[in-house]
Ligand binder design. Structure first.
Ligand code: ATP
Ligand code: MG
Length: 137
């Protein structure tokens, strides 16, 4: 059993597809262990994406992530990290496989609907970033 962190990004929340995206997880064997809607501060977004701090798109990424509320969830199941990444599709929705969340709900590489942890180690850290022990038990 694995856990991974999912974020439904501001574009998808604004579009009103929270339910449709959560349904993709539940319909594909991932349980929603915890979920909440939050408005990230600039500091939150900068910390969360600190790994990309030197990339040219960092400021745009942070601006986008704080442009409206997001929905953060802990997904649980067998191979949860890889399964979620598969359900999400490629970072650039134009390259995302048909039927994936990004192919169906994302506009472009900046506003790409969802985030998902890319390794088990990052999943543990990202879950701890957003959820307390009490919210997870
Ligand atoms: P995420 O971390 O959001 O789940 P990802 O793991 O598929 O996405 P990363 O390489 O971690 O992709 O990039 C984080 C985010 O930064 C992407 O979701 C995207 O919005 C943005 N991004 C990545 N590469 C580019 C790029 N070349 N140009 C513009 N934005 C980019
Ligand atoms: Mg990433």
């Amino acid at each position: 059993m694995e856990r991974t962190l999912s974020i439904i990004k501001p574009d998808a929340v604004a579009k009103g597809v929270i339910g449709k995206i959560l349904d993709r997880f539940e319909s594909n064997g991932l349980k929603i262990a915890a979920t909440k809607k939050v408005q990230l501060t600039r500091k939150d977004a900068e910390c969360f994406y600190a790994i990309h701090a030197e990339r040219p798109f960092f400021n745009d990424l942070v601006d986008f992530m704080i442009s409206g509320p997001v929905v953060v969830s802990v997904l649980e199941g067998e191979d949860a990290v890889a399964k979620n990444r598969k359900l999400m599709g490629a970072t650039n929705p134009k390259e995302a496989e048909a039927g994936t969340i990004r192919a169906d709900f994302a506009e472009n590489i900046d506003a790409n609907a969802v985030h998902g942890s890319d390794s088990l180690e990052n999943a543990v850290n990202e879950i701890a970033f957003f959820f307390s022990q009490r919210e997870l038990s």
